[in-house]
Design a protein around this ligand. Structure first.
Ligand code: SAH
Length: 393
């Protein structure tokens, strides 16, 4: 068993059960990519069993803080079974479910989404890469699913020194599946879609949006960064007369258009624009358009805290434009999925946008990722999606 010794004082975060050790905290020792190592303090005390990642700044990701635990296939089976069992007890109004949410489920770097009977996984760390076969078997055993598709094509793999990989890990056949979210029919393609195919984290916020569109009688709705139209369907279900959906991805827009028809809504109620959102918002302002409800769900502008300042300007800009486009008493659902921009900072950014737009608003709700994407006590960095539901005045 290989050992990694930390520098004096660098054991503190592990003692607080934080699952990461950065390269600068390592004194000596190491292992192969993804190999399980024994992590000890400068004085030799046991701290954790962790996966070693020789190329990553996050040099160690903890599997277990229990010295008696063996990191083997049975260990992974237990962790995976526990995560799957937790989901059966959570209020999830869909058969599209985040089964494994990385560190929050004690499986650093592993993301698994279930779409009906189809599983889709991302192996984003050296440790999960090394245990891929055992993880795949455990996933099938815990879920009863027969098919598992791999989407390890996220850029963060590069930081671990891992090449992108996609394809069937278990089973084969069509990569398309239709899920039911709040009773809506949504098609997902695990091979073609973004990430694992769909943004499950916004599930509850889509239902909330439908409810508020109905409550406030919003007629003209603008869905920015619509992807495959989850919020578009929500707005139509909430009774909106017309919904304009904007995205820069043509295949996503095509899907969004199909979703309107698949859910029995009149195509005349839905418009689509293949455009850059920022440019689109400016055009609409020039044309003096107004909307009763707007969704802003942009991609991650700040991958890390180091990008927070530039990201803040980008968030402020689109929020300023959106607030100006809102009719009085209009509803804004605005989000950031940047880990580097905390909820408090995001609130400040949107407040700044309100000052510039000359629009105040009442916070109806603070929004976050659905409960199958948990944040844990010991790993607050896991919190990434935050949003505000604002009623302008
Ligand atoms: N709200 C969606 C998820 C949005 S993901 C849902 O509920 O499913 C972010 C989307 O922004 C992606 O579909 C991506 O294609 C789109 N996008 C990224 N940059 C963009 C830009 N500058 N203008 C328009 N769309 C953009």
């Amino acid at each position: 068993m290989k050992t990694v010794r930390l520098r004096e004082g660098k054991e503190r975060s592990l003692l607080r059960r934080h699952p990461w050790v950065f390269a600068g905290s390592v004194d000596k020792g190491g292992g192969d990519s993804g190999e399980t190592v024994r992590v000890q303090a400068a004085d030799g005390r046991f701290l954790a069993w962790a996966a070693y990642s020789p190329r990553s700044q996050i040099r160690l990701r903890v599997w277990s803080f229990d010295e008696a635990e063996h990191v083997d296939a049975a260990f992974l089976e237990r962790r995976i079974a526990a995560a799957v069992a937790l989901r059966t007890r959570l209020p999830i109004a869909s058969d599209g479910v985040r089964l494994i949410h990385g560190e929050a489920d004690g499986l650093p770097g592993l993301i698994v989404d279930r779409y009906g009977e189809l599983l889709c996984a991302q192996f984003l760390s050296a440790g999960t890469e090394r245990w891929k076969g055992a993880i795949a078997d455990a996933l099938l055993a815990a879920t009863g699913c027969a098919r598992l598709y791999e989407r390890s094509d996220s850029g963060v793999r590069t930081l671990e020194g891992l090449a992108p990989v996609t394809g069937w890990l278990r089973g084969d056949g069509t990569t398309g599946v239709t899920i039911r979210e709040h009773g809506w029919r949504l098609a997902v393609d695990v091979a073609q879609g973004h990430k694992t195919g769909y943004y499950l984290d916004q599930r509850d916020n889509r239902a909330r949006f439908a409810e508020l569109v109905r409550r406030f009688g919003a007629q003209r709705v603008l869905n920015c960064y619509c992807y495959t139209g989850g919020f578009t369907v929500a707005a139509l279900a909430g009774g909106a007369a017309e919904v304009m959906s904007v995205d820069s991805s043509a295949p996503a827009l095509e899907r969004a258009r199909a979703h309107v028809a698949d859910n029995g809504f009149d195509a005349a109620r839905a418009g689509f624009a293949d455009a850059d959102v920022n440019a689109y918002l400016r055009e609409q302002l020039k044309a003096e358009a107004r909307f009763d409800a707007i969704v802003l769900d942009p991609p991650k502008f700040a991958p890390t805290a180091a990008h927070a300042e530039r990201a803040a300007r980008a968030y402020k800009d689109i929020n300023r434009l959106a607030l100006k486009l809102l009719a009085p008493g209009g509803l804004l659902f605005t989000f950031s999925c940047s880990g580097g921009v905390g909820a408090e900072l995001f609130h400040k950014i949107v407040a700044g946008a309100g000052i510039d737009a000359g629009v105040d608003g009442a916070l109806l709700a603070r929004l976050e990722a659905a409960c199958d994407h948990p944040t844990t006590l010991f790993f607050p960095e896991g919190e990434y999606l935050k949003g505000l539901a604002i009623l302008s005045r």
